[in-house]
Structures are given as structure tokens and as C-alpha cells.
Design a protein. Structure first.
Lengths: 357, 357
């Protein structure tokens, strides 16, 4: 069996501005002080499981991705423009189908998630691969730790013949707090972490059923990928339909009993904002700037604060749960609570504030 | 009649850190963007009223004071060490007594207060001078605009023979909110702004009555001031008692009916902190740094905020009444409410954070 990991690496990361920028999104950064960037951690934790690894990203980030992971050109797929996760993952699945045949298993893993328990993750991936080999589109579902309203949920059904793998009854959109509490209390719902594992042929045949033009368009480009005609074939990219894999495949296929899920507790986080990031920092009042200069950070009546100092000392007084991020070229002052709404603010900032870093 | 203004210029200004530093206190700064520093504004508004002006300050600030006001050496009195307002004002009064005689009138005006209505101020000073010539220690009392608990209050008695000048029944320490509300509602209480006007001889004779050693010590030094023996005479400075003029003279003399007050409304503020400073800024979200660089300041769901940007743009989200002060060598994040307690925090900061600027 051949197993190829797909790492979609995109997204503006506005909710972690100014640490994360359009030109330097969070997957290219060592967000937690772990000594490696998020995409490096993602690749590392797949080590030993995969036969190959392909990152799909934009042309602006491709050089840094290749450098950080030490990838050859065959391991980088550059999207001409972002069209959502379905064209991105589907194109790589089609390239894998060309290179390794339709029985090769592909697994898609976001570039910017944190996972504390690598062994639990790898065990779950192995189970998902087994489920994929049995013909399913397998997902990895996270046992929820709280009624988070920022995630989609998976309604879990009966266990399948593959031990540890369960049928997905249906996928549920981000719920109200009331619904989320009900889901978590029931014990039969999981967080949808957006990790999909399937045979390349199964994935593309499902896509061909629900979005035939997208499937044939992707297979068309994939056929030309490892030839002299790649650039010409990519002319077809702009005609492809924007779509995300959850909507395009997972939801309709679940209705037909074709999707499974592997429940796992592994200390997972999508670092969706500063409140989430704070939980993964050794020292939330980070006193060391990126260039290594020690800076004094004084917290007075400001418990729970997250501080990134840069080139000057910071004193915070009387602002509990403050989020103060100094990157040298921009300064953000907010709170953990308010930071949840940061995306909208950052999207409307002048271009020079969101691009540079 | 000779009238000499005394401007005591001291104080660490911790409540306006990091704008105000030990090495650059607020009176040396243009805090409001008015185009002049606070001590320059203080000297300007005395223009036309005074025959001479003497600043009493520490050796560290004397050169900047002299430069900002264009003073000659005879207009600067350098305290060997800070001993409170009584030795500072008393020494200058004794020097004036030596130079101009004991009937010369002196008036003490803090270097770091804001006064919006210069004409009302000058009218009040003229009335206070008249009261001083009639033998009183005259104060200028501010008609309160709110029950502020940060000021001392003056309990006002009957009008004296000098029109516009009233007897002081007594001085009251900073009150509780309940007491302050009662004071303001009564209409017979004023804020004590710490401005005193008196004949030099009256002031020193009162001091001689309540603190004879201090009075004789100061007169001793003053005798030697304009001679070759000044430095030697200043050896006696360290033996003087630390004291403030309110306690040393004003309170006991009021009990004997020797103190008057001139009530005035003149848009007075002692800029005791950021909440007070904010009321005097044209644009509280100040977008221009000290070195003149225009910086973007974005306020989102942060009404009432005070922002000093320096060399990088600032985004504030979801922190109403935020106080964000970037001076380039330090960054303060607090709120108007919390800023009232800033003094204690700043006093305990490492030395390099409070000294430099």
C-alpha cells in the first residue's frame, strides 16, 4: 500500500494578526516557541507513516515551504489561485492517482494545527488508512473537551468492521452553544478537524459523482502535471468551481454511508485565535522577541495575558486577559475575549498592515 | 509693589509614565500637543503680571528648565535635594525678601498644571495679590466641576474687604466620594490647587511661628545666596525639616484667620493621570509620534481610548478607554480606570524603565 500525505497550506490567518500575515501565515511560523514552525511540526508527526508528502500552496509561500521542509519540486503543488480545499486536495489526489494508481491512499492534514500526542495521532491515522483501504472516505474526529462553537461536529454512528472506525451519520455546521453543549453531553459527537483519508480513486470517483466537471477538470490537469504541458493544462484551473471538501464530498457521501470517522483524543488545536494560542504557550507573557533580545514584561492586575514583546519593554496594568502583540512593524492591543472578532478588523486594515512582515 | 512668581518644578510624574520620566518629568514635556511644554505654558500665562520669575528645581532638570524658559542664573534656584514644597518655596521667598524687601509679594504656581482660561487666571492672581498686600496668605481656589476625590478641598468663609477674596475656614484632605459630593453640592467648597500668594515677609514670619528652625535656616541660606558663600550656606539644607506648605503654614494659619481664597473657574487641571490628560487632548488617538512620523492608529470597539503611537502602527480592538502609550523605549497598556493606580506600579519598576527617556 502506498500512503501519500497532502498538506494544504493556505489561509490569511487574520485572527492571529500581526504575528501571522498574508506574506507570512501562521504555518510558516513557530507560533508556540517549540523550535519548529507549524508546517514543520505537521510534516514531522507524519514521519514513518508516509511514502510521500505533497504540499499544495500558493506561489508566494512555495519557496519558504520547500526550504522549511526540504522538499523537491515534485513534492510541491502550486495553485495558480486559491479555490478552496476541494480543488487543492482533489488536484493532489489526481496527481497521486497518476503517479501511484487509484488504490494509493491519500490523507489530507492541515499545515497549521497543533497536536500534542503524536502517538495517538499516528494510531488514528493507521486506523483511518485501514478504513480507507476498506473503501471509505475516513475522517479523524476529535473527542470534544468543551462545547466549542467554533468547530463543525460529526454525528457518530455504529462501529464498522475496521476496529476503531465508526460510520458518520452526518456532519453538522458550527452550532449554537446550546446545541454544542447537547452534542458534547451526548458523548456521540466529535469535532470535525478536517482530516480526510481515502484511496485516491475513491475520493475522485466520489467527486465525479457530485461534481463531475470539477473531477474531470482536475484529472485533466493531473495527467499533464509531470509532463512538459503542465503550465498549459493549468489554464483550465480558472474554470474550476470554488468548493470545500466538506461540502463537495464529505456531507453528501455521509448520507450514503460512505464516510467513517476515527475518534481520538490527542491534544488537538487549530490555533484559531489568541485564546487558543495562549493554551499552547509555555510562558504566555513571552519575554523574548523573535530576534532573541530579552525584554522586560511587567503584568500588574492583568492575569491571563498573552504578550509578545519585541524591541521595548512592556508594562500592562489592569487589563486582565490582555493580548498585546508587538512585532516591531505593528502593535496589536486586544483581549482574549475580543480577539475572537479580530478577523473582521484585520480584513479591513490598510493593505500595508496586513501584507508586510 | 514687586511681584515675583515662584515655580516649583519637581516630582517624578509616575502616573503619566512612560511619557513622563524621572529624567524628563511632565513639566518639561508638551503633554497636550499645544506646541509648548507645561512649564513654558505656566511661565507664559504669568506674562505681564510678574516683575520676576524664579524656578526652584533639581540639578538634573535645571539646564532644561533654563533653556526652555530662557532664564538667567538668578532665576533658577537649585535644590540640593528635594525636601517638599515648604523648603523649596520658603527658600525662594527668603531670597526675594533679600533682593526686594519683605513687602515684595511672591506667588507659587506649579509647573505642570493646565489652565484653559488665562484671563480668568490673571484676574484671580490680581485679586490674590491685593489680598496678600492686605496681609493675608492668599490661595486660588478652583470652583469644583465634579466630586473629585483626588484633590484637597477648601471650606470657604465670608468675603473679606478685598472684593473677590474670601476667608478660608479650613483646608480638608482628599475626601471620600460621599464627603466630596457633599462639599460640591454645598457650593461653599473649592478645590485646593496649591497656589499661594503672600508678602515674602508674611510667609516667612508665619513659618517662623510654626517652624522656627526651618524659617531661620532658610533665611540663613538666602542671606548667602547672592554672595560667594552660597555653596557653603547650602550645607545647612540637609538639616532642614521635610515639609509641605499646606501642612506647615496654610492649615495652622487658616485656624487663625490668616488665609484667604479667590474662587475661580478657569479650566484648571493638574493632569494627575491619563484620564485627566485625555480631556485636554485635541485628538486622544494621537497619530503623530514625537519625531513627527505619521502612524496609523485603528480603534475598533475601543471608544474613549488614548493612544500615543511612536514608530509603528497600532490596532486596538475591544478595549474601551484603553490607554496605549508607545514611547519607543517602553510601552504601556492600561485603561483610563486602571491608570489611576499606575503610580504604585511604576514606582516598583526596574530603575532603567523609570529613569531613561
Amino acid at each position: 500500500m502506498t500512503f501519500v500525505a497532502i498538506i494544504p497550506a493556505g489561509g490569511a490567518g487574520t485572527r492571529l494578526w500581526p504575528l501571522s500575515r498574508r506574506s507570512k501565515p501562521k504555518f510558516l511560523l513557530d507560533m508556540t516557541g517549540a523550535g519548529r514552525t507549524l508546517i514543520q511540526a505537521t510534516a514531522n508527526r507524519l514521519g514513518g507513516l508516509v511514502d510521500d508528502l505533497i504540499v499544495v500552496t500558493g506561489s508566494d509561500h512555495a519557496p519558504q515551504v520547500a526550504e522549511q521542509l526540504g522538499l523537491s519540486d515534485s513534492q510541491i503543488v502550486i495553485e495558480p489561485s486559491p479555490r478552496g480545499t476541494m480543488p487543492a486536495i482533489g488536484l493532489v489526489a489526481a496527481i497521486v492517482e497518476q503517479r501511484h494508481g487509484s488504490d494509493a491512499v491519500v490523507g489530507s492534514f492541515a499545515a497549521d494545527h497543533l497536536i500534542a500526542d503524536t502517538k495517538a495521532f499516528q494510531d488514528a491515522v493507521r486506523t483511518a488508512i485501514a478504513s480507507a483501504e476498506a473503501g471509505a472516505v475516513a475522517t479523524i474526529g476529535i473527542t470534544p473537551t468543551n462545547p466549542d462553537t467554533g468547530f463543525g461536529y460529526i454525528d457518530v454512528g455504529e462501529e464498522t468492521q475496521v476496529s476503531g472506525s465508526f460510520l458518520v451519520n452526518r456532519f453538522l455546521e458550527k452550532p449554537s452553544l446550546e446545541s454544542a453543549t447537547r452534542y458534547v453531553d451526548s458523548g456521540t459527537f466529535l469535532w470535525n478537524a478536517g482530516m480526510f483519508v481515502a484511496r485516491a480513486g475513491v475520493l475522485l470517483d466520489a467527486l465525479a459523482k457530485y461534481k463531475p466537471e470539477l473531477a474531470s477538470g482536475l484529472r485533466e490537469i493531473a495527467k499533464a502535471w509531470d509532463t512538459e504541458s503542465r503550465t498549459q493544462a493549468l489554464l483550465g484551473w480558472d474554470d474550476l468551481e470554488d468548493s470545500v471538501i466538506d461540502r463537495a464530498i464529505a456531507e453528501p457521501l455521509a448520507d450514503e454511508g460512505g464516510v467513517t470517522t476515527v475518534p481520538v483524543s490527542m491534544g488537538w488545536s487549530d490555533i484559531g485565535g489568541y485564546a487558543s494560542l495562549a493554551e499552547h504557550l509555555d510562558d504566555p507573557a513571552k519575554q523574548v522577541s523573535e530576534n532573541g533580545t530579552q525584554q522586560t514584561v511587567v503584568l500588574s492586575a492583568s492575569a491571563g495575558s498573552v504578550v509578545y514583546a519585541h524591541d521595548r519593554p512592556i508594562v500592562i496594568h489592569g487589563v486582565p486577559n490582555a493580548v498585546v502583540i508587538d512585532t516591531g512593524d505593528a502593535l496589536l492591543v486586544t483581549t482574549k475575549q475580543a480577539a475572537a472578532g479580530l478577523g473582521g478588523v484585520v480584513s479591513s486594515l490598510p493593505d500595508d498592515l496586513t501584507r508586510l512582515r
